[in-house]
Design a protein around this ligand. Structure first.
Ligand code: AHR
Length: 349
């Protein structure tokens, strides 16, 4: 039988054992519960993709408010792009918050901020230039508003926007270069009339052009005409003061049709027949097609402005919590004078 001393020892052992068990139990529950909170947060985040709207998965275009801070109205291409968004909104029945930044980045940034304040469902941003978007894109991101970068690109971190839909500007530049390579196998001197300085379109086209241009073709000068007819005309006039057409240069790479039309005006006014030079433009607008019919452009690299159907569809997918591609490039081609007259009546912009 146990005496009092033994009973006391057993009691002490039981107490120590119970305390150890309790301690283990606490440790075990702490160990299993501690990570549970972040895991639950991760699961919740995974369930609700960025930009998903409260109407998901049944959002329709009626639920969509799309902010479209258009960069300007500098060209026929831009006019067609604006019409594409307005027409799409009317067709689908979503609300379009439209503004025209007149080619000024600060106006675009203010318009984006107003849209964030308004709490739009999505922002479709056609950035006038590549740099300087980080702050406002971060604001949109923090407000939970998805941004689709449209047409030109931005240099901001891709985590700040959901996707980019637009043309491959580098490829357009490469395609233009191929035309010069074919025309001048023995080399030539050419001029470049470039688009808005710092814009994704101008940067990409210039880069692609230089990468693909044969080394025996020299770009003797390059100036910006800011994608407008009005600004391209005096630039071409200044070129003609410096260089003799046909002697000092044999061709011109022009970053869009509007500048090409301005340049043609300047050439004609200076008594130069534009058809005696090799002119390659970009866009494929009706004006560009007419310039090919008239014999002034020898090729027109397509850049398609009708982006709204893809942008609207992607925006609805994002609102409904679906996944989208990070970069959607438009399928494009090169147009030539041979069939310009036949195609001109079919051109919608
Ligand atoms: O970003 C697309 C370019 O911008 C087009 O080539 C030009 O016409 C427009 O202004």
């Amino acid at each position: 039988m146990f005496n009092k001393k033994d009973m006391f020892k057993v009691l002490v052992l039981v107490i120590v054992f119970t305390m150890a068990l309790t301690a283990c139990g606490t440790a075990a529950s702490t160990a299993t519960q501690a990570p549970a909170a972040p895991a639950a947060t991760t699961a919740a985040a995974a369930e609700k993709p960025f930009g998903e709207a409260s109407c998901a998965p049944n959002c329709t275009y009626k639920d969509m408010v799309m902010c479209f801070p258009q960069l300007g109205a500098e060209s026929d291409w831009r006019t067609a792009d604006t019409a594409s968004f307005k027409d799409e909104a009317a067709k689908d029945g979503f609300q379009l918050v439209f503004s025209d930044a007149q080619q000024k980045q600060e106006n675009q940034i203010s318009a984006v901020r107003a849209c964030i304040q308004q709490g739009v469902s999505v922002i479709a941003l056609p950035p006038v230039v590549e740099d300087g978007w980080d702050a406002v894109l971060t604001e949109a991101h923090n407000a939970g508003i998805p941004v689709i970068v449209v047409d030109r690109t931005v240099s901001a971190d891709p985590s700040l926007y959901v996707s980019h839909i637009g043309s491959d500007m580098e490829l357009e530049g490469k395609r233009a270069a191929e035309e010069f390579n074919k025309k001048f196998p023995d080399g030539a001197k050419i001029l470049e009339l470039s688009g808005t300085t710092g814009s994704g379109a101008a940067v990409g086209r210039a880069k692609g052009f230089r990468e693909a241009l044969n080394s025996n073709i020299e770009i003797i000068d390059s100036q910006t005409g800011n994608f407008t007819r009005a600004e391209a005309l005096p630039v071409m006039q200044a070129f003609l003061q410096k260089y003799k057409a046909g002697t000092d240069f044999q061709g011109i790479f022009i970053h869009n049709d509007d500048m090409g039309i301005g340049a043609i005006e300047a050439l004609k006014a200076a008594g130069v027949n534009p058809g005696d030079l090799f002119i390659v433009s970009v866009d494929g607008t009706r004006g560009g097609f007419q310039a090919m019919v008239d014999g002034w452009f020898q090729a027109d690299v397509e850049c398609n402005p009708l982006l709204a159907p893809q942008v609207a569809e992607m925006a609805l997918t994002i609102m409904n919590g679906g996944t989208v591609d990070a970069n959607v490039l438009t399928n494009e081609t090169v147009y030539y004078p041979e069939n310009a007259a036949e195609l001109l009546p079919t051109r919608t912009y």
